[in-house]
Design a protein around this ligand. Sequence first.
Ligand code: ADP
Ligand code: MG
Ligand code: ZN
Length: 613
Amino acid sequence: ATPVFESPDAPCTPSAPAGRLDNTSTPYYAEAVSVLKSVFRLTSFRQNQLEAINATLDGKDVFVLMPTGGGKSLCYQLPAVCKTGRTQGVTFVISPLVALIADQVASLREKHVDVDCMSSLRTADDSRDVMRRLRSERKPAICYITPEKLRESNAMQDILAQLYEDKQIARFVIDEAHVIQSWGRDFRDAYAELHMLRERYRDVPIMALTATANKTAIQDIRTRLGLRDPLCLMQSFNRPNLFYAVQPKPSTKKKVVQSIAGFVKSQHAAHTGIVYGFSKVECEDLAAQLRNDYGLSAKHYHAGMDSQERSTTQEEWQSGSCKIIVATIAFGMGIDKPDVRFVIHSTLPKSMDGYYQETGRAGRDGDPADCILYYAHRDAVSRHHLIISDRNDKGLARTPDEKKRQLEDLSAVAQYCRNVADCRRSLILAHFNERFDSHLCPKGCDNCSRGGTVFRQLYTLEAQQAIRLFGEMAASMDRIALGHFKDVYAGRNRAKVRESGHDQLSLFGAGKKVDGDRIISAMLDADIFAIAREASASGWTNDYLKLGPQVDACLSGSLPVELTFRDNGPSVGQSRSAAKNVVSSKPPAKAKGKMKAGPSARAYAPLFEDDDE
Ligand code: ADP
Ligand code: MG
Ligand code: ZN
């Protein structure tokens, strides 16, 4: 059973049904294989590449959905240098990022592919040269162009019209095609006008490629580009050889380093990996400690380093002389090291999209690799406050839209981390609108490793009691610290609780029998509660609980509060010491059967201990 996508509604040729379409018996196959080897110096096609190449050489429209790093470029670069099939003329590639264009052009030139580009990075002279070549007999095989250049340059429009008349346009390729959606985050005006390609150059086949697998988005892209009965090649985003886990983040920096070092030394002593940190300073500190205190071969990498230093570090890591790179997310674009055995996030990633891409750099060779995320509620709260503060990381004012989007991203990541029951793989894939049967993830993530079956339980009543308890407490207390509220709700009879007299309230301990802390987290996720953070005079920050916008919906019962559990997983209220004894072994899904060692034992602690104190 392969995971399935929600099927798009518009007519679309299904992706190569088994047995019907033999991609090795097409007239293009022999040349495609030979070009793959001679020009691209690769040995075999990845999933869907050959299908895309065959279809476009056949003059068909093609829609390719492939995760980032999946190998979309080859789908259009290879046919552009073939001689059989629909190859006459220039392949025009519309791509939104000038930096990406520059990379691809450089890499193609290294392979002696005749390629040119038109972007804002080029001088007017350069552009004139490119246009002169397009008019001449010596046309490039591929011409990259930004949508803006395509729209703004009248000369370019004239050239395209002439080329079309002379049947010298092989195909149009729309890379990062999701940019066309008007409601998308990366939307660019000029992409919206790409529908003119089909209108003006009716017979030129179009290939659209994206890594955004959202049903509505796919539909939208196809309609906007006017794709005609396209071959839709959509593949699962699942990475079966990656093991996903979320670890409770220890309370001090020192313990975090200790935990990371311990994990690396016990599981990946001689392996290459990436540790993602939040800030430049954090990365430098973390790398230094891993080096100095634990003797690990670690170096930092971030955008604040000069480019010479950056490329030296990257080369050392790439060649294996440095094993661990501790980096901000500036590290990764264009990284293609096959044998990355672990990716550790020392703090929350910015979004689920980001998490997928960052963890996606592990295990490209198909061998097992670990993806570990350290989560602490305090990190989520800090991030929240960073976002609602007025400046973004570039020091620019955040727009309300930007804030809203970033808060949504953060909330999705936090919910993922707090989920201790559902299969991580299905949670990640659900983010890309892909349904994934968690039975296909036997022990491929921490939650599945816990065994048992997932069940959900409603705690709306308990949530309503929490709101009432909050009301009772608020009658005698100005600001209610989050930790204090949790103690009172869970009925923890601490000195501070007794001092406040809150142990005398009728609802004291209302969340005692259930998992009170998780209910509060779920209520925070659902905006029933919210957090206000205040800096105290001593420089510490305090988190106070307040009511959120959804409080009435919860009280009226229209917004149910639900938790997921595993029926024989570790009970979440367990103490830290009891939790340490929970050990599950996992042999990650063997992708190519190349895994050497047997199952390695890993310890998982429940996530909902109080890490806030
Ligand atoms: P995408 O655009 O889908 O994110 P790219 O086209 O940039 O991905 O390719 C990612 C990496 O995969 C590149 O380094 C490329 O060389 C490599 N790659 C692509 N196709 C193959 C293949 N058939 N075999 C091995 N490596 C490949
Ligand atoms: Mg790409
Ligand atoms: Zn799983």
